[in-house]
Design a protein. Structure first.
Length: 85
């Protein structure tokens, strides 16, 4: 059986890269927390259109489908977390 090809960060959209970078530094975050962090100067070059939230949700759900992050619904909305190897 052949292993699936490994993705590099450049294979992902800038918003997906931003979500992964933000989650690298946190155990788990809500959608609101991620959007607040994404709007800071530290992430300005990666998070190009996260402000409205629609692009974030689309890219975050794509990362869930790829098995890179998880989402769980709870108090305060969805919580997002990196999948640990």
């Amino acid at each position: 059986m052949v292993a699936p090809p490994r993705l590099s960060m450049t294979d992902l959209s800038k918003n997906a890269q931003c979500v992964l970078k933000i989650l690298e530094n946190a155990a788990s975050l809500t959608t609101t927390e991620i959007l607040e962090i994404a709007s800071t100067d530290d992430y300005a070059t990666l998070c190009t259109d996260c402000a409205g939230g629609d692009a974030f949700v689309a890219d975050a759900n794509q990362l869930v489908e790829m098995g890179l992050i998880t989402k769980k619904f709870g108090k305060g909305g969805y919580r997002w977390q990196l999948v640990k190897d």
